[in-house]
Ligand binder design. Structure first.
Ligand SMILES: *Cc1c(COP(=O)(O)O)cnc(C)c1O
Length: 495
């Protein structure tokens, strides 16, 4: 059955999956959502016997109904190949009472690879299907991990160019090195003097600028987005939750129908929304634990029903979650408003103008699937430390935020449900903070050289992604002010 997509700010106009992927964001500023969440067509038992790629096909074919089997399989097998250093793609590790889904075995060692290694293929296929003649210009704001994963995905892809903006002082040393050493003539990396939210707002502004779009069109270009607002990123993330449940079932760790909890370290709300989709596709998930760092807008939202971005922005050791406007939450708001685009639009306009909004009591009752909490910097470091002391397993700072929240949840509720924690980055990406947490920091050694000691401590081989950048040449060194973002893009495109 065909599945269509509508904007969260206009429920009327339906578009096909390929059109939604191409556009990224709807013209009215809304995000694309499917008109229904399809149910899985094969049993979880059967899925448990399949490879990751096969599960990916079973999930994605239900959402991308205008792709042929051949097209979709081509995208899947081009994405989930030897770029990943583990055959399982998203392996599970059990440590201290929880299962960690390791989502960092792709080429940039963060979970963004799970979606961004397939997005370029989905996008090129979508362009071909819709007879697009223009080159696609991917415009991305990154809090650190999306940037590199998108660059890696799109570098050298014919018919595309990619521009990445990152906050100059808002990413880790290794994240920055990964981005500024990116090869490929079609890539452009720019640091901005501002924070992630400002970068993201600047990018959204360019997307919504009709005059700019016309100028681009004249020059043979059109924008699209690789940010997690693109439905082509959200859907591939549903796969690993389906796969994880199926694999736990197949391994006899859970019984058929048994519910599990899922804990997700959250920033832009993409990853946890994917888990919510998995739940509504039929995966037995009880609670979705939304874990925030000290930028705890979401914790406050789940507690009070008020989303309020008017607060101090904090730079933490989990920079990919340093976000005050969680873009993907808009999709959830739209859904819990009963797919009422007008209501959602009004709330989003309030967010734009006064920086906050409050949902109704009725909408609040539909948030029962979620539990929110947060971790301070000290708690995060302590979780890394304690888990390492207990088990020898080293987790990164983002994952540790989730571990902390899971511990708080258990303390509060006594709930013993089997729980999986999304492990969103390799500890090698945040070496300094991780080594400090396990009492092995050495201030005389650079972040990049600290990887050797981490490798010894964790008894894990240094990932290729790190080896590659150690001696790589810096190819991007542009820095600009927030109000010059548009100008920088035009310069890069030569218009
Ligand atoms: C992006 C990112 C997150 C946050 O994911 P969202 O989908 O934006 O909520 C968490 N951890 C890491 C390592 C990330 O790169």
């Amino acid at each position: 059955m065909d599945l269509f997509y509508v904007s969260t700010r206009n429920g009327q106009k339906q578009v096909k999956a390929s059109e939604a992927i191409l556009k990224g964001l709807s013209e009215d500023g809304g995000l694309f959502v499917p008109t229904r969440i399809p149910k899985l067509e094969v049993s979880l038992e059967e899925l448990g016997k399949m490879t990751y790629q096969e599960v990916a096909y079973e999930v994605m074919k239900l959402f991308f109904t205008d792709f042929t089997e051949e097209e979709l399989k081509h995208c899947i097998y081009s994405a989930y190949d030897s770029k990943f250093d583990q055959e399982e793609i998203a392996p599970l590790t059990y440590a201290d009472g929880a299962y960690y889904i390791e989502l960092f075995h792709g080429s940039t060692i963060a979970f963004k690879d799970m979606a961004l290694s397939i997005l370029p293929h989905l996008m090129i296929t979508s362009a071909r299907k819709n007879h697009v003649e223009n080159d696609i210009v991917i415009l991305t704001a990154t809090s650190g991990d999306t940037g590199k994963a998108a660059l890696a995905g799109f570098a050298g892809v014919e018919g595309t160019k990619i521009v990445v903006f990152y906050p100059k002082d808002g990413v880790s040393a290794i994240q920055e090195k990964q981005m500024v050493t990116q090869k490929g003539d079609n890539t452009c990396v720019i640091a901005i003097r501002g924070n992630f939210d400002e970068a993201q707002t600047g990018v959204k502004k360019m997307f919504n600028d009709r005059a700019l779009a016309e100028e681009l069109n004249q020059a043979g270009y059109q924008f699209s987005s690789a940010n997690s607002i693109n439905i082509g990123r959200l859907i591939p993330q549903v796969v690993y939750y389906v796969n994880t449940y199926a694999k736990l079932l197949n391994a006899g760790k859970i019984q058929a129908g048994e519910k599990i909890n899922v804990t997700v370290p959250t920033g832009n709300f993409g990853n946890i929304l994917a888990a919510y989709f998995a739940k509504h596709m039929g995966v037995p998930i009880a609670k979705l634990l939304c874990a925030s760092n000290e930028n705890k807008v979401l914790f406050d939202f789940f507690k009070t029903g008020v989303y309020d971005r008017n607060r101090e922005f904090k730079l933490t050791s989990s920079p990919s979650m340093d976000i005050l406007i969680s873009s993907n939450l808009e999709r959830l708001i739209y859904l819990v408003a009963g797919c009422d685009a007008e209501k959602n639009k009004a709330l989003m306009e309030e967010l734009q103008t006064v920086g906050k909004y409050e949902i109704t009591e009725e909408m609040k009752t539909r948030l029962d699937d979620f539990y929110g909490n947060f971790a301070t910097e000290e708690e995060t470091a302590k979780s890394i430390h304690d888990l390492y002391e207990k088990t020898g397993y080293v987790i990164d700072t983002h994952t540790a935020v989730a571990t902390t929240v899971y511990e708080k949840y258990k303390q509060e509720t006594g709930d013993k449900t089997t729980t999986v924690i999304a492990s969103t980055a390799s500890p090698f990406k945040f070496t300094r903070a991780v080594m400090r947490a396990i009492d092995r920091d050495d201030a005389s050694v650079s972040d990049l050289d600290l990887v050797d000691a981490l490798s010894d401590a964790a008894n894990v081989k240094i990932p290729n992604a790190i080896e590659e950048i150690r001696h790589a040449e810096v190819r991007h060194n542009k820095v600009c002010d927030v109000d010059k973002m548009q100008q920088s893009v035009k310069e890069f495109l030569g218009i």
